[in-house]
Write a protein that binds this ligand. Structure first.
Ligand SMILES: [Zn+2]
Length: 226
């Protein structure tokens, strides 16, 4: 069984760990704009939805896939339309965002295809936020690696956000780079807007995102790795 399908760590265990609240703060004061890479519709909201709600700067979202593999029994065009609409509804809670959809194949994102596209789309931005390259989901990892490569080529700082790691890792887990972790405290307003945004992903809630997973993303802070 892979780490995502195996039983995971409860949000109660994470909240009981003082290490999370003790992380240094991420300084966003010098950002004039930001670009976010999402492997699937919902990654951007789960990973940095609260941060996006708090930023008042131009934001570009790069949606790498449409997440069509989440419902393999449905025609891809049908689930693609559903998931695109869910993202649009979710983003409406978080502020203005320019969306680029790449339509790459879900569960089959390739670094050699994504990296050159990201090089063009992240150029000139102050910061790029992307899935963590060791998140244990192949698309998250490909998106993270490609973002790092694109950022390095263009001189753009890339911060990575864990998603599935909150499920499979444990507090103080040596698999996570805590020395490079920064936290973003969320205002009650930003946390509420993030919760509302998560609520838009009805095709995922209950099945792929059961309540025990969603709880990880209802915290009053987010964590990124530098
Ligand atoms: Zn994802």
């Amino acid at each position: 069984m892979n780490r995502i399908d195996a039983p995971g760590t409860s949000e109660g265990e994470w909240r009981a760990w003082p290490g999370l609240a003790g992380l240094p703060l991420l300084d966003v004061s010098r950002w004039r704009n930001a670009v976010v890479v999402a492997a699937h519709p919902d990654d951007e909201v789960l990973g940095v939805g609260g941060l996006l709600a708090q930023l008042d700067i131009p934001v570009r979202l790069i949606a790498v896939t449409d997440g069509e593999k989440s419902h393999p029994h449905l025609p891809p065009a049908e689930i693609t339309a559903v998931r695109r609409a869910e993202t649009e509804a979710a983003l409406a809670h978080l502020g203005d965002c320019e969306v680029h959809r790449l339509g790459m194949p879900d569960a089959d994102v390739r670094d050699d295809e994504l990296t050159p596209v990201l090089k063009e789309l992240v150029r000139g931005f102050d910061v790029c936020l992307a899935p963590w390259e060791y998140d244990a989901h192949c698309d998250h990892e490909a998106a993270g690696r490609s973002a790092l490569a694109a950022g390095a080529a263009g001189g753009v700082e890339v911060l990575r956000f864990p998603i599935w790691a909150w499920h499979w890792a444990k507090p103080a887990d040596p698999a996570m780079p805590w020395a490079d972790a920064l936290r973003v405290p969320l205002t009650p307003d930003a946390a509420a807007r993030k919760r509302a945004a998560i609520g838009c992903f009805t095709s995922q809630l209950g099945t792929i995102l059961p309540p025990a997973i969603v709880e990880h993303f209802e915290r009053d802070q987010e964590v990124l790795f530098r």
